[in-house]
Design a binder for this molecule. Structure first.
Ligand code: SF4
Length: 361
C-alpha cells in the first residue's frame, strides 16, 4: 500500500435524514475506508455528523452485512442457504411467472428507498411497468400518510430550518423528535438563544423536550383532537387572521362550524391535558408571530386515520396568517421539500381545506 493510493472523497451521509443529508469527507486507501469525518465545507451541515453518521464507518467490512442472496426452502424454519445470483434470479422469475403479474407487487425496502438512491426505486418502477405488476410506494407506511394529510390542506411546501433559526418567535415541535433530524436541532437551539419560545407536543419526553420551554404530553393518537380544540379556541375567541383567511383560503365558514363541538373540555378528555392548557396554547400560538410548527415526520401518522392529524394541524398556520411569512408556516418536516418562495420570489401561500368539498386555491 502506498500513499499514492490514498485519496479524500467528498460525499454525503448515507442515512435517511431529511430535509437534508450531511456532508462527509472520507479518506480511502487502496479501496478501503480509512477515516470518516464531517465535511466542513458543506454549506448546510458545516462539518456536523451525528452519532448515526459517524457510525457509518462500521458498515464497511462488517461481517454481519448481507452481501449475497440466500434462499429459505422451508418457511417454517430459519435455515437459509447461500445461492448464486443466477439461482436467486431464476427462483424469483419462476415464482413470479407462476403467480402472474396481477398477483405480484414490488415494495422497495425503506433502506433501499432512502439510502439506496432514487435510481434503485426508479429501476423497480420501470420493471413493474414493463412487467405489469403493482409497485408500492414505501413511504405509505408512515410519513407518506402525513404528507398526504398536509397535501390535502395545500401545505406541502415548508419553511427552511435556517429561516426558523433567524425569524421564528415560536417553534412548535409537534411530534417532531430531533433525533430523527439532528441537523435541524442546532437551528432550534439558535432560535431559542435569540429568544424564540419552543414548545413540544408529543406522547413522551424526547430529546426535543430538553430544548423546550413548555412540553405537552398527550395520549397517543389524540393529536387531531388537540388541533381541533386549538382551532375551536382560535375561532370562538376570534383570534384568527380574517384578512389572510379572506385573501388566501376557502372553507372558513365550514371549518368554523365544524370545530364548534370540539371544545377544550372535550379535547381534555381525549388528550389527557387540562382544559386550560389547551386554551392557553391556542392563545399563545395565535398571538405570536411568526410561529412555525415543525410537524413530526412519521409516528403521528402510524395509527388508523392518523393522517387526519396532519390535516388538522396544517390548518393552524392558515387560520393565524402564518403561511407565506418568514419564520412561520410549517417547519422542515422529515421528507418535506423546502420551498417557501416561488422562483419569482413570491411566497407560496398554502390554503385551508377541511372536509371533502372544500378545495384549496
Ligand atoms: S443528521 Fe446524522 S444521520 Fe442524518 S444525515 Fe446528518 S450525519 Fe447522517
Amino acid at each position: 500500500m502506498s500513499a499514492v493510493d490514498a485519496k479524500i472523497v467528498r460525499t454525503m451521509c448515507p442515512m435517511n435524514c431529511h430535509p437534508t443529508f450531511c456532508g462527509m469527507q472520507v479518506e480511502v486507501e487502496s479501496g478501503r475506508l480509512k477515516t470518516l469525518s464531517g465535511d466542513k465545507d458543506n454549506p448546510d451541515s458545516a462539518g456536523f455528523l451525528c452519532v448515526r453518521g459517524r457510525a457509518t464507518s462500521e458498515i464497511f467490512g462488517n461481517p454481519k452485512r448481507l452481501l449475497y442472496p440466500q434462499i429459505r426452502d422451508d418457511r417454517r424454519t430459519d435455515i437459509w442457504r447461500r445461492v448464486s445470483w443466477d439461482e436467486a434470479l431464476d427462483f424469483m422469475a419462476k415464482r413470479m411467472r407462476s403467480a402472474g403479474p396481477e398477483a405480484v407487487g414490488l415494495w422497495a425496502g425503506h433502506g433501499g428507498f432512502t439510502v439506496g438512491s432514487a435510481v434503485t426505486v426508479q429501476l423497480m418502477q420501470r420493471f413493474a411497468h414493463m412487467y405489469g405488476c403493482q409497485n408500492w410506494h414505501p413511504a405509505m407506511v408512515c410519513w407518506g400518510l402525513g404528507g398526504f394529510g398536509v397535501g390535502l390542506t395545500g401545505a406541502l411546501k415548508v419553511n427552511t430550518k435556517e429561516d426558523m433559526a433567524e425569524n421564528s418567535n415560536m417553534i412548535v415541535l409537534w411530534g417532531a423528535n430531533i433525533s430523527s433530524q439532528p441537523n435541524t436541532a442546532r437551528h432550534i437551539v439558535a432560535a431559542r438563544r435569540r429568544g424564540a419560545k419552543v414548545i413540544t407536543i408529543d406522547v413522551r419526553r424526547t430529546e426535543a423536550a430538553a430544548q423546550s420551554d413548555e412540553v405537552f404530553l398527550i395520549r397517543p393518537g389524540s393529536d387531531a383532537a388537540f388541533a381541533l380544540a386549538v382551532m375551536h379556541v382560535i375561532v370562538t375567541e376570534k383570534l384568527h387572521d380574517s384578512e389572510f383567511i379572506e385573501a388566501h383560503t376557502v372553507g372558513f365558514a365550514e371549518l368554523s362550524s365544524h370545530v364548534l363541538p370540539f371544545t377544550p373540555a372535550w379535547a381534555a378528555a381525549e388528550t389527557g391535558l387540562e382544559e386550560g392548557q389547551i386554551a392557553s396554547f391556542a392563545r399563545a400560538y395565535a398571538s405570536t408571530r411568526p410561529a412555525m410548527i415543525l410537524l413530526g415526520g412519521s409516528s403521528m401518522h402510524k395509527s388508523a386515520n392518523g393522517w387526519h392529524a396532519a390535516r388538522a394541524i396544517s390548518c393552524l398556520p392558515a387560520l393565524t396568517g402564518n403561511f407565506g411569512v418568514a419564520g412561520g408556516g410549517l417547519g422542515p418536516r422529515h421528507g418535506a421539500h423546502s420551498a417557501a418562495m416561488c422562483w419569482c420570489g413570491r411566497p407560496l401561500i398554502p390554503t385551508v381545506l377541511w372536509r371533502s368539498g372544500v378545495i384549496a386555491r
